[in-house]
Design a protein around this ligand. Structure first.
Ligand code: FRU
Length: 464
């Protein structure tokens, strides 16, 4: 395994947000305000290890180019600043002034977790509420965190709703003023784990192909038992009445958003003012085994536009990466043919159109000539399988695709050490490892019975 040490900053991703230096984990407080996407994030400015958590801050107009802003919130006498939401309080119900942005977040004081408020006029400068904390757990509860807050405006009235991760459950609360909260419901998602600790719930609206609005809930689960499934983000489609989320099928297990190992704590900017809902997640760089030392650790996933698409009559969450235009190269391969090798560089998206025929199959090999390591991505039938070299053994991961999907597109995004693989109607697979740390070569082989079209888009720092 290569241990090439790039000069600090030289291998910073182009399409993935990174902190200027220090540690990054969950996205927080995602809000669109006055034409800007605000991204807050779990941040340790003093070290590349988890701890000492602040809310870092950045803004973007297009979700591609980010501008770093000063740190939004630092730890205080109530503890570290853990994950949470930002809402625009247009009517001033919280008493901080009409139009204020209000952050509702978890204060963690050595494991004692309580919810607190801060407010801001512009999203840059934040004042903590002097009545913090506003919501404490009942006796005996330790894991009590990551409030997702929304405004409910219905025929039955208007109020604030909160969904909170509480041990193995989601608890719902309501409030008139964001300061005083009443517990309204308890919910347990159907997950592949037994008794996982839940974290970072999210709840948002998407429109399906028929024009109908549906609610989507997401939650992270960390296993509490050996040998079971790994930590993952899960989602379900359903309804929300301002009190509790109800999945369309209450017995159906929630589905993984991503079948790779790096992606966690996904969260979405709401659909608003004609803009689509877009999710972003933390890619955990502690899983990078290259030994490359950087002044920062942790990056965000590529932002993903969210949609609901019907497969076999059921709405499913699909994700499409938000990518800028770039220099492109195209080719078509016939059955059995291998395309001339593409030089993809360090930052590229490889889009493969597999067509509608059931006998479609393709194999992509991402090769790093410097380390001689190769990752293989194979779409065969209804399975996307990825084989990655690691220090121990090739690691294989799989996603099942929906057999009723009529059109199939594989989209692979590499960017200075991260790999994200998208296939219509299946979970993405995201990794942080060696892929694309040095300029990579891409080989596309058509192993199916129908033609395959490939387009490679490349980006460099001076041409983004
Ligand atoms: C998820 C999480 C959250 C918590 C935050 C602390 O990765 O553990 O539950 O608020 O990170 O950094």
């Amino acid at each position: 395994m290569s241990t090439s040490h790039a000069p600090p900053g030289a291998d910073r991703p182009l399409l993935h947000f990174t902190p200027p230096s220090g540690w990054l984990n969950d996205p927080n407080g995602l809000v669109r305000h006055r034409g800007l996407y605000h991204l807050y994030f779990q941040h340790n400015p003093d070290s590349t290890d988890w701890g000492n958590l602040h809310w870092g801050h950045a803004v973007s107009r297009d979700l591609v180019r980010w501008e770093h802003r000063p740190i939004a919130m630092a730890p205080d006498e109530h503890g570290l600043i853990f994950s949470g939401t930002t809402v625009a309080d247009d009517r001033g119900t919280s008493g901080f002034g009409a139009g204020s942005l209000v952050a509702v977040f978890t204060h963690d004081d050595g494991g004692r977790q309580r919810q607190s408020l801060a407010h801001s006029d512009d999203g840059d400068t934040w004042s903590k509420f002097d009545g913090n904390p506003v919501l404490s757990p009942p006796a005996g509860i330790r894991n009590f965190r990551d409030p997702k807050v929304r405004r409910h405006d219905g025929d039955d009235g208007s109020w604030w709703t909160m969904v909170l991760a509480v041990e193995t459950e989601l608890w719902f609360f309501t409030s008139a003023d964001l300061r005083s909260w009443t517990r309204s419901a308890t919910f347990r998602p159907v997950l592949p784990h037994r008794d996982p600790i839940l974290e970072v719930p999210d709840l948002f609206v998407l429109r399906d192909e028929t024009g109908e609005d549906r609610w989507v809930a997401m939650v992270c689960a960390i296993p509490t038992r050996e040998g079971g499934p790994e930590a993952r983000v899960f989602w379900a489609v359903g309804d929300f009445d301002g009190v509790v989320f109800s999945p369309l099928d209450p017995t159906e297990p929630w589905r993984a958003l991503d079948d790779g190992v790096a992606l966690y704590a996904a969260m979405a900017w709401d659909r608003a003012d004609g803009a689509d809902a877009v999710a972003i997640a933390w890619l955990d760089e502690r899983l990078d085994t290259t030994g490359i030392q950087r002044p920062w650790r942790g990056r965000m996933s590529v932002p993903r536009r969210l949609d609901l698409r019907r497969f076999g009559g059921r709405p499913r969450l699909v994700q499409q990466p938000v990518l800028p235009d770039g220099e492109t190269e195209r080719c078509t391969t016939r059955p059995g043919e291998r395309a001339p090798t593409f030089a993809a560089g360090r930052c590229a998206a490889i889009a493969v159109e597999l067509g509608v025929d059931q006998r479609r199959s393709v194999e992509l090999r991402l090769h790093d000539p410097e380390t001689a390591l190769t990752t293989t991505i194979r779409v065969q039938g209804d399975v996307v399988a990825i084989e990655r070299p690691s220090e121990r053994a090739p690691a294989t991961s799989r996603s099942a695709l929906d057999p009723s999907s009529d059109e199939r597109t594989l989209l692979v995004v590499v960017d200075h050490g991260s790999l994200e693989v998208f296939c219509d109607g299946g979970a993405s697979q995201s990794f942080v490892g060696w892929e694309g740390t040095s300029p990579i070569e891409v080989e596309v082989t058509n192993i199916g019975a129908t033609p395959v079209r490939t387009e490679v888009r490349r980006w460099t720092a001076d041409r983004l």
